[in-house]
Design a protein around this ligand. Structure first.
Ligand SMILES: [Zn+2]
Length: 75
């Protein structure tokens, strides 16, 4: 069992406070007319994270109730 914050030894998922900040950036982006993901993705990218399509889902429940916006974002 890995810890909640690691996918494997080399990958780190965003911390809770980083996700909260990214969510706020997404909502600001909506207010500015760009939609949620340009702000959300841009915030995580600015922190050095990248969305990976070649790794398993990183949601705490493995996507059982749908994938979170931060799913597969790692650095
Ligand atoms: Zn997921």
């Amino acid at each position: 069992m890995t810890s909640a914050n690691t996918v494997d030894a080399d990958l780190t998922v965003p911390q809770a406070d980083e996700i909260l900040a990214a969510l706020r950036a997404g909502y600001r982006s909506i207010d500015e007319g760009y939609g949620f993901y340009p702000g959300f993705d841009g915030w995580l990218t600015s922190l050095g994270y990248h969305k990976r399509d070649d790794i398993p889902c990183t949601c705490p429940d493995r996507g059982y109730r749908g994938h979170l916006p931060e799913c597969r974002w790692v650095r």
